[in-house]
Design a protein around this ligand. Structure first.
Ligand code: ARG
Length: 267
């Protein structure tokens, strides 16, 4: 995680961005999320925030993190769509490099790839879901897919079509090997078919739920950490034996992100 010391909303990069943030409240919400993750049994490691990098708090985006039997731990650095976020990436590369991660650099010239915003491991790590449309580009996803293919990880590309779901982590939330939470309206018809065909159980969020980041949850040790709750989501989580834990992320939602965006799972 990256603390929100310099978090701000300046340049609008998605439809949620516009209102000013309350930095003290943001700090409090970030601490609450950190404690919630620790209560769920996760160890939290922190990267220093850097002045001027307003979105660095969204630690899901700067690199894709993986583990390969032969190669060991690795990252694939992102090429962010907005120039204002380019500078975040080297700080994350450095952090991982110091901890022994291999760096897989793609030649992303002219393409974009936004880490775990658009790239999600299937829970059993057998394949990777990769979205393009708003932030990552199709070409970026193709280059990523070629590199992962070499490591033996198949990549499933999907196209996003709703600008309120500009990252895959806002509309596809794997719950376990068999079940996923999705907002169907976020996908092109063909991609929606692909998603539906790959899971035994698909649970659907409404557009209003997706826009309130209920598809941006974190699954951790039997818990589902979410910024809010509805009867529908409650019902879904009960079916999948997940215990809901609600954490307020109002200040980060003003930047278009919630709990999932605010961390990278490194193991
Ligand atoms: N303001 C950030 C941006 O638009 C939000 C990133 C949210 N991250 C995510 N993984 N969905 O770039």
């Amino acid at each position: 995680m990256c603390p929100p010391t310099f978090f701000d909303v300046r340049e609008p990069k998605n439809p949620y961005m516009g209102l000013p943030i309350d930095r003290a409240k943001a700090q409090q919400q970030w601490e609450d999320l950190r404690r919630t993750l620790e209560d769920a049994g996760l160890k939290v490691e922190v990267i220093d925030a850097v002045e001027g990098l307003d979105d660095m708090v969204f630690a899901a985006n700067q690199v894709f993190v993986g583990h390969h039997d032969r190669l060991g731990d690795f990252i694939v650095p992102s090429r962010m769509r907005y120039a204002s976020r380019h500078k975040e990436v080297p700080f994350f590369i450095d952090w991982f490099w110091q901890r022994g991660y291999k760096i897989i650099n793609l030649d992303l010239d002219g393409e974009c790839l936004e880490g775990h915003g658009d790239l999600l491991w299937h829970p059993d790590h057998s394949r990777i879901w990769a979205a393009y449309g708003f932030r990552s580009t199709r070409g970026g996803v193709e280059k990523f897919a070629a590199a992962m293919q070499e490591l033996g990880f198949p990549v499933i590309p999907v196209q996003l079509v709703d600008d309120h779901c500009y990252h895959l982590d806002t509309c596809l939330c794997p719950l376990n090997d068999e079940a996923a939470l999705i907002y169907p309206g976020a996908f092109s018809p063909e991609s929606l078919q692909t998603v539906r065909g790959a899971w035994k159980r698909i649970h659907e969020l409404t557009s209003a739920e997706a826009r309130q980041f209920m598809g941006n949850g974190i699954v951790a040790n039997g818990r589902f950490i979410t910024p809010r709750m509805t009867r529908n989501l409650e019902h879904i989580l009960a079916q999948e034996n997940l215990m809901p834990v609600v954490v307020d992320t109002s200040e980060f939602e003003k930047s278009g992100g919630s709990v999932f965006c605010m961390k990278a799972l490194i193991e």
